[in-house]
Design a protein around this ligand. Structure first.
Ligand SMILES: *Cc1c(COP(=O)(O)O)cnc(C)c1O
Length: 366
């Protein structure tokens, strides 16, 4: 069976060496030497000044929203992973779903503006599939209406725009280092932020508010990254450029076979953006292609290829939110969620498998 992704693993001998170091330091967690080193190396790679590490991407997002002490409504996209809306709701905030753009699937600035009320406190855009949200337009809107912008950059590790690292846009950005992501630390996450005060709050929120043996200055949770994750993160950072390059070659192979087919759209390219090739989504328009996305997914499964409907259903259609939102309010997102299929993509996916998968998809056309 070929799955949609497979975690990248560094050579085991290198990880064993890191574990030896952990054994020697005898510090397994609580911001030990690996945590410190990982934090420094990440800042360099992400070209940003400040980050805080977390146990996973979700807690990075949930606690970052908490650190801004927001009240009221938060405008976001329904075309994303469950975490984005959940983090908003779990902070006692109300998500307001704006629609996305047909061409790059990120929040449509015009739709963001149309959803602003006197209760709006923040915007949480998602750099979906590593596509950059319209950071320039969003910054203008945020300034005009005095809103915070917290980017869910879980998909956008390593992406740069006009030479600037993706971690530097908005008031904060969060990253996920989950095993299924382009780059991982088994589980893990990070938040980058502009304001030092937010950094202090994030540290307290991830470590019980403990500032010293006898000083507890805030009511924090526990969302620290441990040393074994930090060690994996440090090692994988050595190989991330190699992984991105391998994915670029696979992406080009898919594009070679799947471009110029009526009713089938491949992932979009963005001007000025250095992509990370995190995902390879295709969009199938049933009327023009002749068969539905679901039929293509079934056909792939018959050939032991488990493509995934990322992102379907929309978060606004989750059972958990039954009766609260109307998915028809975001027609573009609704349409794309019914068309999308993410094809398998990971660095060591053999090119002959890529060809085979793409050919199965192409042959589905009626
Ligand atoms: C993976 C993901 C998250 C959550 O990250 P975890 O590390 O799995 O907690 C949040 N947002 C998006 C868009 C994601 O894909």
């Amino acid at each position: 069976m070929i799955y949609v992704t497979r975690p990248k693993l560094p050579p085991i001998e290198e990880y064993k060496k890191m574990i030896d170091e952990i054994w020697e330091s005898r510090q397994l967690t609580n911001m030990g030497p690996m945590h410190k080193r990982f934090s420094e190396e990440l800042k360099r790679y992400l070209r940003t000044e400040d980050i805080e590490l977390f146990t996973n991407g979700h807690m990075a997002l949930e606690l970052t929203l908490q650190a801004f002490k927001l009240k009221g409504e938060v405008i976001t996209t329904p075309f994303t992973f469950a975490s984005t809306a959940h983090a908003i709701v779990r902070n006692g905030l109300t998500p307001v779903f704006a629609d996305i753009k047909e061409d790059d699937y990120t929040l449509d600035p015009a739709s963001i503006e149309a959803h602003i009320t006197e209760k709006t406190a923040a915007i949480v855009p998602v750099h979906v599939y590593g596509n950059l949200a319209d950071v320039e337009a969003i910054e203008k809107i945020a300034k005009k209406h005095n809103l915070k912008v917290i980017y869910d950059a879980a998909h956008a590790f390593g992406v740069t725009y006009k030479g600037k690292g993706v971690a530097n846009f908005g008031d904060a950005s969060i990253f996920s280092f989950h095993a299924t992501k382009l780059y991982h630390s088994v589980e893990g996450g990070a938040a980058s932020f502009k304001d030092k005060k937010i950094g202090e709050r994030l540290y307290n929120l991830k470590n019980f508010g403990i500032q010293g043996p006898e000083i507890v200055e805030a009511v924090g949770a526990n969302a620290k990254m441990h040393e074994f994750s930090a060690a994996m993160g440090i090692l994988n950072l050595k190989y991330v450029e190699e992984e991105i390059e391998a994915r670029r070659i696979i992406t080009e192979k898919y594009e070679e076979i799947l471009s110029n087919i009526q009713g089938l759209r491949v992932r979009s390219k963005q001007e000025g953006v250095v992509a990370n090739y995190a995902y390879f989504p295709i969009f199938i328009d049933e009327d023009e292609f002749g068969v539905s996305r679901d039929i293509v997914a079934e056909e792939l499964l018959k050939h032991n290829v488990a493509a995934r409907k990322y992102f379907y259903p929309l978060t606004s259609s989750f059972d958990a939110y039954a009766g609260k939102f109307n998915p028809n309010d975001t027609p573009v997102a609704l349409k794309l969620s019914k068309q999308v299929l993410a094809l398998p993509l990971y660095g060591d996916l053999p090119l002959n498998d890529v060809e085979r998968i793409a050919t199965i998809v192409r042959r589905c056309k009626k």
